[in-house]
Write a protein that binds this ligand. Structure first.
Ligand SMILES: [Zn+2]
Length: 406
């Protein structure tokens, strides 16, 4: 603790130096609080400014730094070169093969015990003054720590001023972002084909293969240059289902399945990543579909129904929701968790105007707790109703939780 106070004091000396940013970085380096990974500069056209030296953290440099120092973060908790890590990699790929047998990794490598699976990840988050910031990062599939600090490694970021001026829709690409993606693709190719020498093992090399892109749909639509995506009438990148079809799911055919959702004239740069030349490489965005999507709708409706049916005491819905929250809080105390949401009210579960279906904007972490609590609550020996609604709620909770425990 004392050391930290001392460090903070030294960092504080950067204030008033004229160039606070440079000074604070220099002091952080002096204190040994920086990773020794170089920042590389590549030429990227900024909108309205032309080519600029743009900073990236090279994939290769980062992995070269990790191998001798933190290799277990890439290998499910085992050190590089260990028998366990090799077994883990072989087992991972033999399972993965059942799901995606046409990945080129199965043709190119006879032994997969030296091939590390990675995922490309991106987002368009909110930055200064609520303006978007575009993020490109990568993740080891076999991570060993649940905190995102140890699961996602930054490649580069771009504030919206430098790229959003290049217009032309998702399918045309974006000169600024493409320069960064293009650089990433050539690094991914090199790590796949040439690999990196294992430190302390003269003949050993570790290779790296990407098995998909993860991230929210707007980011994926852009980076894959999709002509069919969630904002179009042809709203599915996997098949030609239209927005109208979704209203009547009985009528859906799989017409057009397998038709690639990009134009031949403007193929996505990502097709250059080994294994990415197929349609299943843009992965479903289960974070937004689940915890921030169907789960919210589901648990809000379930809450209203349970209140309505008298599972929580009170003279009206508002007081019953308070009772439900009390029950939820005692569950959280039992499992040693603290939810961010501090009450269930008519307005925060969307019952302010009773015409709308219940919904909320609770955080994903709260959604997980609420779904776990509901499962436990519904598992109590209640008398199920004749129409099977409670039983259906309970099954839905169990299935959802089983799926998201993966
Ligand atoms: Zn579809």
């Amino acid at each position: 603790m004392e050391q930290e106070t001392w460090d903070c004091k030294l960092l504080g000396q950067a204030a008033g130096s004229g160039n606070e940013f440079e000074a604070i970085i220099r002091n952080l380096q002096r204190l040994g609080r920086c990773l020794s990974v170089p920042i590389t500069r590549i030429q990227v056209p900024y909108f309205g400014r032309g080519p600029v030296d743009h900073p990236i953290i090279s994939l290769e440099d980062f992995i070269r730094f990790m191998l001798p120092n933190h290799s277990e973060k890439l290998l499910g908790g085992y050190k590089v070169g260990s028998v366990e890590s090799q077994l883990l990699l072989s087992q991972f790929w033999s399972r993965y093969r059942r799901m995606d047998p046409s990945h080129v990794v199965f043709e190119d490598f006879t032994s997969l015990s030296h091939v590390v699976p990675l995922v490309l990840y991106g987002d368009e988050g909110t930055g200064v003054r609520k303006h978007p910031v575009w993020i490109l990062a990568w993740k080891p599939v076999l991570f060993c720590h649940t905190s995102s600090w140890w699961r996602s490694y930054l490649y580069t970021v771009a504030p919206h001023e430098v790229y959003s001026g290049y217009k032309g829709g998702t399918s045309m690409g974006n000169a600024c972002l493409d320069a960064m993606v293009g650089n990433f693709v050539s690094e991914a190719q090199k790590l796949y084909h040439q690999g990196i020498a294992i430190p302390g093992d003269a003949s050993g090399r570790l290779f790296f293969a990407f098995i998909g892109t993860a991230g929210d749909l707007p980011w994926q639509a852009k980076v894959w240059r999709q002509t069919r995506h969630f904002e179009c009438d042809l709203c599915c990148p996997y098949c030609k289902i239209t927005k109208d079809d979704i209203a009547d799911l009985n009528n859906v055919s799989d017409e057009g399945q397998g038709h690639q959702p990009w134009d031949h004239g403007t193929l996505p740069l990502l097709l250059g990543v080994p294994g990415f030349n197929r349609m299943n490489m843009y992965r479903h965005d289960i974070f937004h579909l689940g915890p921030l999507g169907i789960a919210r709708r589901f648990y809000c409706s379930a809450l209203v129904l349970l209140c309505d049916w008298g599972f929580f005491e009170g003279r009206d819905l508002a007081s019953r929701l308070r009772a439900a929250y009390g029950n939820f809080r005692s569950y959280c105390a039992q499992v040693h968790e603290t939810p961010l949401v501090k009450e269930f009210t008519l307005s925060n579960i969307g019952r302010g105007s009773s015409r709308s279906y219940p919904d909320c904007s609770f955080k994903a972490s709260d959604g997980k707790l609420i779904m776990d609590w509901l499962q436990e609550f519904l598992d109590k020996p209640w008398q199920f109703d004749g129409r099977g609604v409670l039983k259906c709620l309970f099954r839905a909770c169990c299935d959802y939780n089983d799926f998201f425990r993966l």
